[in-house]
Each structure stands twice: as structure tokens, then as C-alpha cells.
Design a protein around this ligand. Structure first.
Ligand code: R5P
Length: 283
């Protein structure tokens, strides 16, 4: 097997190649003066099983992903597995208003076209993968996040809402602590409180886990609430650290630690999903 890295997933591709003992292809990717994308694979991929790794965020990485898939297809390869660690557009997973596309399905449909299979990591809504005519697999970073959190010894791992409870549960099993989720309680017309459903956070070290941190609004609010309810320390952990709209400084001002994985490579990417990916690839 040979790993081909898109420019959005260089560090993860490197770690994946190390983890599996596979070669990493030499890939050239640059922009023309008009910003159109140019890619070239400086490797003979004939006869190879190829794993292409490219996060589909921001938008310019999507066209690079398509070009790389077709550059790979120009060789006489055995098969192509496309890994999209952070699957952009996954949150538009339904038609919320008449006239909208289901953007998540649009992306799945087009990405699977040139691939023999597709692997994603903690995709926001797994069911959108069902539109693919090729095999798909969604893996979770939560075992690795849980293992990392173990060093910080939280008393509880909390999901910011009931929908993310399963993520908190998996992480907590690997950390060896309790898990819970935050329930929204309406106090009056203007005030909504977030409170752990089943446990008291007073005097506790709490880790909040979620699939995505985008603007950071959810986690900042949750952290403020947990601290006002007596939590000693609050850590924020997510698979995909988008950190839009300058979210990171705001998060750092309230959270005791902010961690994410290498599905989106940034300064908080202290957890790698390479081990889980290697397992999914049969290593
Ligand atoms: C929502 O369903 C997701 O799981 C995240 O909770 C959400 O995307 C976080 O967004 P933000 O960081 O902008 O509050």
C-alpha cells in the first residue's frame, strides 16, 4: 500500500505511513497565478493499492482532492481508498429549507465517484454515507482522545448535548471515568442553563468532548456554565478543530486545555487518528 497525501493532511499522512510501514508518495501541489490548482504525483503507482488522505476543508482542498483522485487513476492501480479525515459540509445533512441541497450527500456522491471506497472520521451524520455506491466506513477518534485525556485524569467526560453522548461514552471508556451530557434547562424567557443531566460537577475536573468545534460558541457557553456550577477545571476536546471566527483565543480564555486531532491540522492537534485509520485499513 502507498499513501498519497493532499496538502490538507500532510502530518496525518506522514504518521499513517509510519504507523503502517507504507511508503509516502512524493506529491506536488501548487496554485497557478489565477489560483487554479495543479497537482502531480512524482511516483509510479502502477500495481499499487493507494490510500489518498485529504480533508475536504476549506473549499479549495476539495478540488485538490478530485484532481489527486484522477491523477492516481491515470496509473494502472490495484485500487483507491479515499480517506477524508474531516468531511466538510457534513452538517448540512438535510434539507432544512425548500430549495436547499443536502450538501453532505453532494460531497459523498462526488468523492466516491473516482474511488473504490471511502473512509471518514467522526463524520457529523453517518447516514449521509449511504448515498455512496462504493463501500464506506466511518471511524472514531474517541478511543485516542479518551487515551489522551487519561493523562489529565478528568472525573467526568461530558457531551455538550445528548446527540454527542455516544462520543463521550467511548472516550470515557478509554479514560476510565464517568460520562454524561449537558441538558438545556429553560430558566425564563431569556435564560437557558446547561447542566449535567446525572452528575454534580462541583469540585470536579471535567472534559467536554464533541465532534466539531466551529465558532466555539457551544463549548465556551458550556465551560462557563460548568465553572459557575463549581467545576474545578474544564478541558475541551474535539475530533475536528475548525476554530472559525477566531474561536481559539476565546476558548483558551475559558477552558483549561483545548485539544483536537490531526483531521484538521493546527496547534491543538495533539491526538492523531493514524492508529484508528491504520486499523481500518487492516494494519
Ligand atoms: C453540532 O451539532 C456539532 O456537533 C457541534 O456541537 C457544533 O458544530 C459546534 O459548533 P460551534 O463551535 O460553532 O458552537
Amino acid at each position: 500500500m502507498i499513501v498519497v497525501s493532499g496538502s490538507a493532511s500532510k502530518s496525518l499522512s506522514n504518521t499513517l505511513a509510519e504507523e503502517t510501514g507504507c511508503a509516502l508518495a512524493n506529491v506536488e501541489s501548487r496554485r497557478f497565478p489565477d489560483f487554479e490548482c495543479y497537482v502531480r504525483i512524482h511516483e509510479n503507482l502502477d500495481g499499487e493499492e493507494v490510500v489518498l488522505v485529504q480533508t475536504s476543508y476549506p473549499d479549495e482542498k476539495i478540488i485538490e482532492l478530485f484532481l489527486l483522485q484522477d491523477a492516481i487513476r491515470e496509473f494502472d492501480i490495484k485500487n483507491l481508498i479515499t480517506v477524508v479525515p474531516y468531511f466538510g459540509y457534513a452538517r448540512q445533512d438535510k434539507k432544512f429549507n425548500l430549495g436547499e441541497p443536502i450538501s453532505a450527500k453532494t460531497l459523498v456522491k462526488h468523492i466516491q465517484l473516482s474511488s473504490d471506497s471511502l473512509i471518514t472520521v467522526d463524520i457529523h451524520e453517518e447516514s449521509v454515507l449511504e448515498i455512496s455506491e462504493k463501500p464506506t466506513k466511518n471511524i472514531s477518534s474517541m478511543p485516542q482522545i479518551g487515551a489522551y485525556l487519561k493523562n489529565l485524569a478528568p472525573d467526568i467526560i461530558i457531551a455538550p448535548d445528548e446527540g454527542a453522548l455516544e462520543l463521550a461514552k467511548i472516550a470515557a471508556e478509554f479514560t476510565g471515568c464517568k460520562w454524561d451530557y449537558l441538558e438545556k434547562i429553560r430558566i425564563d424567557g431569556e435564560t437557558v442553563e446547561m447542566k449535567a443531566k446525572n452528575v454534580s460537577v462541583s469540585g470536579k475536573k471535567v472534559a467536554i468532548v464533541d465532534d466539531i468545534i466551529a465558532t466555539g460558541g457551544t463549548i465556551v457557553k458550556a465551560t462557563e456554565q460548568l465553572k459557575s456550577q463549581g467545576a474545578d477545571e474544564v478541558y475541551a476536546a474535539c475530533t475536528h478543530g475548525l476554530f472559525a471566527k477566531n474561536a481559539l483565543p476565546r476558548l483558551k480564555s475559558v477552558c483549561d486545555k483545548v485539544i483536537s486531532t490531526d483531521t484538521i491540522e493546527n496547534e491543538t492537534s495533539v491526538v492523531s487518528v493514524a492508529k484508528e485509520l491504520a486499523k481500518a485499513l487492516g494494519y
